[in-house]
Design a binder for this molecule. Structure first.
Ligand SMILES: NCc1[nH]cc(CCC(=O)O)c1CC(=O)O
Length: 324
């Protein structure tokens, strides 16, 4: 590829306008600037804020509005129209299927995938008194919390992470459940009272990871994003997303999945690396909790295998209630 392909060029980066979206987009741009400098690319970056349908209706119950990809449709249109050149998404908000002409150009290294509690007092799940009122609007989180602590009262809480933390005080919750990743990216990790281990609360598919969407035809951006990709995270997220796709699930269903790569020590490449995927489907009241763990080397096949194993145990019947 000739040097002219790598600049000068202004790359317009689209993002939602929430504090978290802007923060993580800024962090990605900082990293891309470092990579560009190192490789002698003459790229400049500009942020374009985009209001999505999901942002406009954050105060009503999202699951009632339905539809997958509520936070990305307008952003994808801007990519297709050439108004922006890449878009930074939280991986767990990214729909399984991307429109023709767009692709995930990079999956940067994942940060902490765990759910965590922000509590009025105490420093572990066990410190919550019987009957404590816990805020979450995620069926996945309420299902798993009810399963281990049937006494808890789970109540819906909406809004961006900053408003959810505020509501802990103003709406009388004893605790709220959030992704550690969002808090860490915001620099608010000191607010975390307790991490919930992944085997007690299987994270959402892609939790803690980002996806950077771009046009399939944009060779320059793809070459740059390739340098930001983390193979280990990408393999894990591919397995998790394949699982989600096989169950036809969006973000409003009680589904969780978490994959890790069991890399042989001393080996350089990830070729034929073994993946271990845990998939979970639960009923919202936590009474039914189905989990399957499988190992494999093909991420897509592994995702389908875990989904098939859960379907064989009746996961379909649970998910049918959510139109998933
Ligand atoms: N559904 C909202 C959302 N989308 C991404 C994150 C941050 C965590 C991440 O990047 O995985 C959050 C907040 C949360 O779940 O607490």
């Amino acid at each position: 590829m000739g040097a002219h392909e790598n600049g000068p060029r202004t790359i317009v980066v689209g993002t939602r306008q929430s504090a978290l979206a802007l923060t993580q987009t800024g962090q990605v741009i900082d990293e891309l600037k470092r990579i560009s400098e190192k490789h002698g690319f003459d790229y400049h970056f500009e942020i374009r804020k985009i209001v999505t349908k999901g942002d406009r209706i954050l105060d009503v119950t999202l699951s009632k509005v339905g539809g997958k990809g509520l936070f990305v449709k307008e952003i994808e249109q801007a990519l297709l129209d050439g108004e922006i050149d890449m878009a930074v998404h939280s991986m767990k908000d990214m729909p399984y299927e991307l429109p023709e002409g767009l692709m995930n150009g990079a999956t940067p290294r994942r940060v902490d995938p765990r759910d965590c509690l922000i509590m009025k007092q105490g420093s572990s799940l066990d410190d919550l008194p019987a009957g404590a009122r816990v805020g979450t609007s995620s069926l996945r989180r309420s299902s798993q919390l009810k399963n281990i602590r049937p006494d808890l009262e789970l109540d819906s809480i909406r809004g961006n992470i900053d408003s959810r933390i505020r509501k802990l005080e103003t709406e009388g919750f004893d605790a709220v459940v959030l992704a550690a990743a969002g808090l860490t990216r915001m620099g608010w990790e000191d607010r975390i009272s307790a991490f919930i281990p992944v085997d007690l609360s299987i994270p959402a598919v892609g939790q803690g990871a980002l996806g950077i969407e771009c046009r399939t035809a944009d060779a320059g951006v793809r070459e740059l994003l390739d340098l930001l990709n983390d193979t280990e995270t990408s393999l894990s997220v591919r397995a998790e997303r394949s699982f989600l796709g096989a169950l036809n699930g969006g973000c409003q269903v009680p589904i969780g999945a978490f994959a890790v790569v069991n890399k042989k020590s001393g080996e350089e490449s990830f070729d034929n690396a073994e993946l271990e995927l845990t998939g979970m489907v639960g009923s919202p009241d936590g009474e039914v909790m189905l989990k399957e763990i499988r190992k494999g080397t093909d991420p897509e096949q592994l995702g389908r295998d875990v989904a098939a194993a859960l379907k064989a145990r009746g996961a379909d019947r649970i998910l049918a209630e959510f139109g998933g």
